[in-house]
Design a protein around this ligand. Structure first.
Ligand SMILES: [Mg+2]
Length: 495
């Protein structure tokens, strides 16, 4: 194989004919590279192996035609007597032949637009042994998470492909070998057996989690128990998260205004002089004041950085001056993630990606945390991964510190806290064991009860308001029977 390509540097790409593989993007990247780097003309060859698949299907045949045309246009423009820029093979190869190609290729160019794993990248790394070589890998391939020593690119960005080819061609041999060695050691540990064992362990963990979830789920019996404690209490503290708890999560956070039903329930709860209601939220205090300011309740904003008591807002920490570094990285992530946006609060920065593509959003969120973590540690800032939001804030305040402040100021004989997000765990953990903590949505180790959906929250709060005596005689027998039945069911489950 090596002889076939002479002394040229060899870039290899191997795919099945498929749209998801980004074959046209790759060719455009290579064309741009040739256009801007005349110094490499006659020195670099792209060997493109495409394994036929479904080419009798119209759209695949069309893709094949486009690939043929693109290759034709590159070769037509740059070919010389003794150099063809793109060598095209439209057929399958045996494993031995492929292995030989991987072994001699100086660069593997793997640019799928989306790929569960991508074995070509792993085969290339595994085949290399001590031979040098550079892997250019799309960040959209599942394997990118493991193969972090590859030059990672966004397959939609032609300029990035061009630059990656240059970087790979110029990379010193020693660095190539080191990067390959690190990737090989990862591959040798992540075997099929390990994968299977991990899978089974995770399955078991999920089963146990499900079990825990079932035991914590709020049923009629638990409501009755909570109601009983509520009725006997003289001083109650009711801590409520706002987004995802009192209101449904909205694609645009500014649309999550309180419904008339919510206002009415909060009003009724607050009308009982024994109740101290606190909305404990990560939102800014302007919005909370605008939406709930007229209610006779307390509030905490930006994770306890601000709090409102007896109608007056107080500030716990001073405004943070955000460094240009942190802001410019966040701006870059906004640009690279369609429909995400940045919210700049006085004491926190929030990057929201609720409206973005779920898969891309999760990928970018992880990348954002990885890039910001050292910068934030240096500036003594905290990074929080919430529900479709990454927040950067001062570590001095959180929902738990607000709970500490409230408990220090007054004695309560009944405390209940409800929240849906990881930030609410701080609130749950800051409370004494006797408190009733309710996690909405996913189950939490820190909370002792669980409601599966936000839509269950208002009915639950309303059930606390209900009269102590049962309303009607017919209803009462039926209610008692359902109560007893649920209670027995619960009892059986816990046995
Ligand atoms: Mg929330």
């Amino acid at each position: 194989t090596r002889k076939l390509f002479g002394e040229h540097k060899l870039i290899l790409s191997v795919d099945r004919l498929d749209y998801s593989k980004g074959i046209l993007h790759r060719l455009r990247g290579f064309a741009t590279f040739l256009e801007h780097h005349a110094e490499y003309h006659g020195k670099v060859t792209l060997a493109m192996v495409i394994v036929p698949s479904r080419d009798h299907v119209g759209s695949y045949a069309e893709l094949k035609t486009k690939i043929d045309e693109e290759i034709g246009s590159i070769n037509g423009r740059y070919s010389t007597m003794n150099w063809t820029p793109v060598c095209y093979f439209y057929h399958g190869f045996s494993l031995e032949e492929l292995t030989a190609m991987y072994y001699v290729a100086d660069i593997a160019l793997v640019t799928p637009l989306r790929d569960g794993m991508n074995l070509v990248a792993k085969e290339y790394v595994a085949t290399k042994c001590d031979n040098p070589g550079v892997l250019i890998l799309s960040e959209m391939a599942g394997a990118a998470v493991e193969l972090t020593d590859a030059i990672q690119i966004n397959p939609n960005d032609t300029e990035q492909i061009e630059n990656a080819i240059c970087q790979a061609l110029e990379m010193p041999e020693e660095e190539q070998k080191q990067r390959l060695k690190r990737m090989q050691s990862i591959l040798s540990v992540q075997t099929v057996n390990k994968w299977a064992a991990d899978f089974v362990n995770e399955l078991n963990a999920t089963c146990m989690k499900n079990d825990m979830l079932r035991k914590k789920r709020i049923v009629a019996a638990s409501i009755a128990q909570i109601k009983l404690k509520y009725n006997h209490a003289k001083q109650r503290l009711i801590l409520l998260d706002y987004d995802g708890t009192l209101t449904a999560l909205k694609p645009r956070p500014e649309d999550a205004q309180p419904t008339p039903e919510l206002i009415s329930i909060l009003q009724q709860l607050a009308s009982d002089p024994a109740n101290h209601i606190v909305i404990n939220s990560g939102r800014d205090h302007f919005t909370l004041e605008k939406w709930l300011g007229t209610l006779p309740i307390s509030m905490a904003a930006e994770h306890g950085a601000f709090y409102k008591e007896n109608g007056v807002w107080h500030k716990n920490i001073k405004k943070i001056e955000w460094g240009a570094g942190i802001l410019s990285i966040l701006q870059m992530f906004v640009d690279r993630t369609p429909r995400s946006h940045l919210e700049v609060k006085e004491t926190a920065l929030a990057w929201h990606y609720r409206e973005s593509d779920a898969w891309l959003g999760t990928l970018r969120a992880q990348q954002l945390v990885n890039t910001q973590i050292s910068l934030c540690t240096r500036q003594k800032l905290q990074i929080l991964q919430g529900n479709k939001v990454i927040e950067i804030k001062s570590p001095d305040c959180n929902k738990g510190s607000e709970v500490g402040r409230l408990l220090a100021n007054r004695r309560y004989d009944f405390v209940i806290a409800m929240g849906d997000d990881t930030t609410d765990e701080d609130m749950f953990q800051a409370l004494p064991m006797s408190a009733i903590t309710i996690k909405i949505g996913s189950v939490s180790e820190a909370a002792n009860y669980h409601l599966s959906a936000q839509s269950d929250v208002l009915p639950f709060l309303r059930s606390l308001l209900g009269k102590q005596k049962t309303a009607t005689k017919e209803g009462s027998i039926k209610n008692r029977l359902t109560f007893a039945f649920d209670f027995l069911k619960d009892l059986l489950k816990t046995q």
